[in-house]
Design a binder for this molecule. Structure first.
Ligand code: NCD
Length: 312
């Protein structure tokens, strides 16, 4: 693949390929010196027009573990005019000899627009409400790891995954729903109607506003962050009420089925969607997700930059 911009563009074969390579990368990451020379001489630039802690650091760690050179370009959203200035930035940085851009932007579609201004590979690290493909890939990697599943088409068949919360504003949810269903999982969305997309029918998922009715038969409970920065209308009457109906607390956690796991993409709103510390849950994958992030992003960079052998 030249670019990784959406789950749809990657397709089932692409998802499975990345997940398999990510397993090799996880092995590299367990070594005393977690570094391979696969991308020596290639430069990876992170272009973040929106705030991020874990995603940017995770990509940069991934690039360095593959021995790529890294450059960081952090821009505060307020100082950037979209259109010309984004184009100027991309063309300027590109002229320095860049192999791949990792881009996060508040506008949906920016990773596609950039293709007109650079020959470098483009990896989408989140575009508006639209897509966050590497988050979905790392989530799949955490799930296959936790359940001892070999990556393959339909490998999540039989698993019931419940995604709870602010689906409407969530690029993570959009990418996750596509990736989980592509691999055969049964996906259910739970939240207030106002936080559901107006039309979820193309996904073929079930929607409910009653968390308690589904918590007991979910294998994966995926808690989303309330995206307060993206809400410009009052979509929930009161955050306290939201927490009562949709937050994960000790009482709800106790109703989960044996072996079920809890996930969250971070950053977490403690006291809003997470009323319990993940460390108090029987099976939380929250830190596994962060570790998977590095392995999966190594696999993605390796895929788009066509590096040499990983194994050595
Ligand atoms: C997500 C994002 O920025 O889309 N965070 C992340 O990448 N870890 C999820 C979120 O902000 O809720």
């Amino acid at each position: 693949m030249k670019h990784v911009r959406s789950i749809d563009e990657l397709g089932v074969d692409g998802i499975v390929r990345v997940l398999k390579v990510a397993e090799h990368m996880a092995e590299v990451n367990r070594r005393p010196v977690p570094k391979v020379p696969a991308l020596v001489g290639k430069t990876v630039v992170s272009l973040f027009f929106e705030d991020s802690t874990r995603t940017r650091i995770s990509f940069e760690t991934a690039a360095r573990r593959l021995s790529a050179d890294t450059m960081t370009f952090s821009v505060s959203t307020s100082s950037v005019n979209k259109g010309e200035s984004l184009r100027d930035t991309v063309e300027t940085v590109s002229a320095m000899g860049v192999a791949a851009f990792v881009v996060r932007h508040k506008s949906s579609g920016v990773p596609w627009q950039m293709e007109n201004w650079t020959d470098a590979s483009i990896v989408n690290a989140g575009d508006g409400w639209h897509q966050h493909p590497t988050q979905a890939l790392l989530d799949c990697h955490s799930i296959t790891g936790a359940f001892g599943i070999e990556p393959a088409p339909q490998c999540l068949r039989g698993l019931a995954i419940t995604i709870v919360g602010d689906v409407r504003h969530s690029r993570v949810a959009r990418s996750d729903i596509e990736a989980f269903t592509a691999l055969g999982a049964t996906v259910r969305l739970v939240g207030p109607r106002t936080l559901m997309p107006p039309d979820a029918s193309p996904w073929g998922v079930e929607i409910t506003d009653d968390l308690d009715s589904v918590i007991g038969d979910s294998d994966v409970l995926y808690m989303l962050r309330m995206q307060r920065e993206r809400m410009n209308e009052a979509l929930v009457p009161h955050l306290g009420e939201y927490s009562t109906r949709f937050g994960l607390d000790a009482v709800r956690a106790a109703r989960m089925k044996d072996g079920a796991v809890v996930m969250h993409p971070g950053p977490m709103n403690r006291g809003v969607e997470m009323m319990i510390d993940p460390s108090e849950l029987p099976r939380s994958l929250v830190t596994n997700q962060v570790a998977s992030g590095v392995s999966v992003r190594m696999a993605v960079l390796f895929d788009v930059l066509g590096g040499q052998e990983v194994a050595s």
